[in-house]
Design a protein around this ligand. Structure first.
Ligand SMILES: C[S@@+](CC[C@H](N)C(=O)[O-])C[C@H]1O[C@@H](n2cnc3c(N)ncnc32)[C@H](O)[C@@H]1O
Ligand SMILES: [Zn+2]
Length: 278
């Protein structure tokens, strides 16, 4: 499944080292993930989410408010993969692994490959995999724009709140392969924005310009979550981009809030690889 990020030849695992025929080698980290990001092109220290962002995301996700989204996405993936035996699924931009691990628990016959450009996020994702004792998840540090997978090796790519790569997804998907892209709906977290901004705006839809895919139906999946403590509200705030953009006086209003009825809203878009793609 993995290919060498330097020469693109197949990688084979040899006593905890992934090697290609040309002699490039990549050690499996003691936790179990592998770093397949070429430092020539990317600076892993500057790439993707930093430690604080990963911690905030973990703290919030562990409260379980996004559990309905996991369930929903699993049902969408299962429907798309009907008739496919032992599917291979890539979670692109898997972050700290909350979704990957929960998908893998609910789809034990599927093999999951999580990739993220942030080493800290991958390390955390691997800890989640190990905690759950899951055998069907592999994690690699890599970019969505240079995936470390063989051509036509996956049945489905899922991408949640992370960068989308038209060309690479089309390359690694088998013929007829599926893509699921999840992004915030217009109403997502609106009540949080009302707390911090005078004129909160609704999210605009994302345009991905996917040339290699046919689009299926978009589903807007929305529900209310009850955040019952300051801790929950603050961890949510710290995981959003608003935390990095909001002036201190605006943020102060949020610190005084003890409970919040919150809209969690997601746009779930599904795509099929075009027959003549790549
Ligand atoms: C908003 S987070 C979402 C993480 C996870 N999917 C979730 O929903 O919890 C976006 C993730 O994309 C990762 N990312 C950013 N650029 C990337 C790239 N070029 N390739 C792979 N991952 C990338 C970040 O490191 C971060 O973990
Ligand atoms: Zn190589």
């Amino acid at each position: 499944m993995y290919i060498c990020p330097v020469c693109k030849m197949k990688l084979r695992l040899d006593k905890k080292v992934w090697r290609c025929q040309k002699g490039h080698s990549f050690d499996v980290h003691r936790k179990g993930y592998v770093n397949l990001l070429t430092t020539r092109k990317h600076n892993p220290k500057k790439s993707g989410d930093n430690g604080d962002m990963v911690r905030a995301r973990t703290e919030f996700l562990n409260f379980g408010h996004y559990e309905p989204l996991v369930k929903k996405t699993v049902s969408v993936m299962k429907a798309l993969l009907e008739g496919v035996e032992d599917p291979v699924i890539i979670d692109s931009g898997c972050g700290e692994g909350y979704y990957t691990v929960n998908y893998a628990k609910q789809m034990p016959d599927a093999s999951f490959f999580g990739i993220d450009i942030s080493k800290g996020a991958c390390s955390h994702a691997m800890s989640r995999v190990n905690e759950q004792g899951l055998e069907n998840v592999d994690i690699a540090v890599a970019s969505a724009f240079e995936l470390p997978f063989e051509d036509m090796s996956a049945d489905l790519v899922v991408c949640t709140f992370a960068p989308v790569s038209d060309r690479e997804y089309a390359r690694v998907l088998k013929s007829g392969g599926k893509l699921v892209v999840i992004s915030p709906s217009a109403e997502h977290l609106f009540e949080l924005k009302e707390l911090i901004y005078e004129n909160p705006y609704r999210n605009k839809p994302n345009e991905y310009g996917l040339e290699h895919f046919d689009e299926g139906e978009e589903e807007i999946f929305e529900y209310k979550a009850s955040l019952a403590s300051r801790e929950e509200i603050l961890s949510l705030y710290k995981m959003t981009p608003y935390y990095y953009k909001t002036a201190a006086p605006d943020a102060a209003k949020l610190i005084e809030t003890e409970s919040l009825e919150l809209t969690c809203g997601f746009s779930i878009r599904t795509f099929s690889k075009k027959e003549r793609a790549l």
